[in-house]
Design a protein around this ligand. Structure first.
Ligand code: G
Ligand code: G
Ligand code: NA
Ligand code: MN
Length: 250
């Protein structure tokens, strides 16, 4: 309850900031975009990662206005980068809570009232996707607007294939629990190989998450994965450092 009250205050006082983790085109080593990740600049406790407050935000419903702030801030930052010739082609993806897809149409935190710049993508996990008519309608409306949707933590849910079939997503992000064991035994390799094959047949992009070693990067690249993300390339960075990172790549 105390954290909830502080969260409300933090929203009013804009104590949040976004960090950006690079997403790489594996064959060329180019940085093609960033995943935006929220941080709370807490007046006493310092910079807090989402693990410290996201559960409470979800349970209290504050994730809805917080998520709306994240979207507006990511859109603002992306537009700023698009004004700079050497950053203009980058995308920024924002993680959505399933609750953001349940907001009644036309109310202030309704996703569809946000004006999405080209290059703003949304990430959603299968588990947070309530299979409701509202969520499906919101996703279809986003699709019609041309907002790219990415299925996050792919493979960790009980119905990943079903989610890939039912929801209009353009990218699968292979969860890091499948990437970490690589280069691994035949079973571990088969899972990633199968997701890449599935994605190719569905004409979807694939991002391998959680790449921490050069061997993992090589393994997912050999399996045909085009994009990757992980501490090997970069941790999430404040905006200026993220821009510098992108400029430092080919
Ligand atoms: O940055 P970090 O590794 O601590 O993030 C932990 C989790 O928080 C990740 O699963 C990420 O998807 C989630 N997360 C980060 N930023 C946001 C956000 O803006 N909205 C939502 N809903 N989840 C986020
Ligand atoms: O659930 P989601 O995929 O949105 O999680 C994103 C989180 O994963 C971020 O908070 C980020 O800090 C973390 N992350 C990103 N790359 C790596 C990595 O290479 N290793 C580990 N352990 N965590 C990572
Ligand atoms: Na994500
Ligand atoms: Mn993920």
């Amino acid at each position: 309850v105390d954290t909830e009250r502080q969260l409300r205050e933090a929203l009013r006082e804009e104590q949040f900031t976004l960090h950006y983790q690079p997403v790489m085109h594996l064959p060329s080593g180019r940085c093609v975009g960033f995943e935006a990740l929220v941080r709370w600049q807490h007046p006493q406790r310092g910079l807090l990662a989402p693990g410290a407050f996201l559960d409470i935000a979800e349970r209290s419903g504050l994730i809805v206005p917080l998520g709306a702030w994240v979207l507006r801030e990511a859109a603002r930052q992306l537009r700023e980068w698009q004004g700079e010739a050497d950053l203009a082609g980058l995308f920024v993806s924002v993680n959505l809570s399933g609750q953001q897809l349940q907001v009644p149409a036309g109310t202030p935190d309704d996703l569809l009232t946000v004006s999405f710049p080209d290059g703003l993508h949304l990430e959603i996990t299968e588990t947070s996707l309530a299979d409701t008519p509202e969520a499906l309608r919101a996703m279809r409306a986003l699709e019609r607007r041309g907002v790219p949707l990415m299925l996050d933590d792919f493979g960790t849910g009980f119905a990943s294939l079903s989610a890939a079939q039912r929801f209009p997503v353009g990218t699968l992000k292979i969860d890091r629990s499948f990437v970490s064991p690589l280069p691994g035994d035949a079973r571990q390799t088969a899972i990633v190989a199968s997701v890449v094959t599935l994605a190719r047949h569905m004409q979807l992009n694939v991002v391998a998450e959680g790449i921490e070693t050069a061997e993992q990067a090589q393994a997912v690249t050999d399996l045909g994965c085009t994009f990757g993300q992980g501490f090997l390339f970069s941790r999430p960075l404040p905006a200026a450092a993220a821009a510098a990172f992108a400029r430092s790549r080919p």
